[in-house]
Ligand binder design. Structure first.
Ligand SMILES: Nc1ncnc2c1ncn2[C@@H]1O[C@H](COP(=O)(O)OP(=O)(O)O)[C@@H](O)[C@H]1O
Ligand SMILES: [Mg+2]
Length: 324
């Protein structure tokens, strides 16, 4: 295990940002640390990167205790944090060479290594342009290249796609998923975009400083226990009551949609239509997503903006939570 965390706690005065978490990460895998804003992701990553001391508990990277051997840990890791620290008045190439010196990459290797990581992130052709001319996506890719320059065992990515447009996000993922195999590195990433975590080998879901579930994306989706069927009806209040009474299904509401989990969506839908008749306006069936898992475990969606502004939907989410 290249990362080991045992009973980690971090308190800031009376806020407990990280509340007794434990997990392990296997070498050359992608590990996703998933949770809403304020869950404790950056705090955890900062402890692992030796930028912050925990209140209690232990963390090890590549066998080194993060508190006792911070310089060994730092040699073993690359970091891409939320705030960019690139020098915008240097070229991409110069940024990487500078960083290679900082990290004691042997002088005779620097040119090769810099060119190789530039190639890997698809910036070789643009390496002599000033970074201030780069797009947001290019800057982020250069930061990933920089994080890899000294051949770290683990690369930490804190919300790597935050602030990028959808195309740059997709583009970034395309090469992040190649990293374990092609650069022989383990990825530890945080995100609050549930759909991005699909590429992870293993995920830990964190909420309020606690890990509330962990496993592969498929294992986590099994928590849902079936397909999610959502319907729009002419009268959601009445329909909801009928479904709960007649089909004995638990119903939640998001926006103007009612949704429920059925073992088999394809047999559930005809039953729904038989019970509700012409009240049904539309029906949708979905394989569970990681967001559904989070909703099931916490009674809320991971991103507040996913919730409709309407009071009725907020009320229904609260009801859903009380029932669990
Ligand atoms: N330096 C700090 N001082 C006080 N509270 C902090 C500090 N850093 C983070 N927090 C609090 O700790 C909690 C976790 O924050 P953070 O680790 O940044 O979460 P995330 O990265 O998941 O959004 C939040 O409630 C945040 O307000
Ligand atoms: Mg954060």
């Amino acid at each position: 295990m290249v990362i080991k965390v045992q009973n980690l706690v971090k308190r800031y005065n009376h806020i407990t940002a990280v509340n007794d978490i434990s997990f392990q990460v296997e070498e050359s895998t992608i590990f996703g640390f998933l949770g809403p804003n304020g869950a404790g992701k950056t705090t955890t990553i900062s402890i692992l990167c030796t930028l912050l001391s925990p209140t209690s508990g232990n963390a090890y990277i590549a066998g080194y205790d993060c508190m006792k051997y911070p310089s060994e840990v730092r040699k073993s890791i690359g970091i891409v944090f939320q705030d960019s620290t690139l020098d915008k008045d240097l070229t991409g190439y110069e940024n990487l060479v500078f960083h290679a010196y900082l990290y004691n990459v042997p002088k005779s290797n620097i040119k090769n290594r810099v060119n190789s990581v530039l190639n890997f992130v698809g910036l070789y052709e643009r390496k002599d342009e000033l970074v201030k001319k780069y797009s947001g996506g290019m800057k982020r890719r250069l930061e990933v290249a920089r994080g890899l320059i000294h051949n770290p065992r683990v690369l930490f990515l804190d919300e790597p796609t935050l602030g990028l447009d959808p195309q740059s996000r997709a583009n970034l993922w395309e090469f992040i998923i190649k990293l374990p195999e092609e650069q022989n590195v383990t990825i530890f990433m945080t995100t609050h975009y549930m759909e991005e975590a699909e590429v992870c080998n293993k995920i830990a879901i964190i909420d309020n400083g606690k890990i509330i579930a962990s496993g592969s994306p498929d294992e986590l989706k099994k928590i849902i226990g079936g397909d999610v069927v959502s319907i729009i009806t002419k009268d959601n209040i009445l329909a909801r009551d009928q479904i709960e009474r007649l089909l004995k299904l638990q119903v939640s509401e998001k926006g103007n949609e009612l949704y429920m989990t059925c073992n088999q969506g394809e047999t559930c839908i005809p039953e729904l239509i038989r019970s509700l008749g012409d009240k049904v306006l539309s029906v949708k069936i979905q394989r569970p997503t990681l967001n559904d898992v989070f909703l099931k475990l916490t009674g809320k969606t991971i991103r507040e903006e996913d919730l409709s502004e309407s009071n009725s939907s907020k009320e229904s989410v609260r009801v859903y939570k009380r029932r669990h």
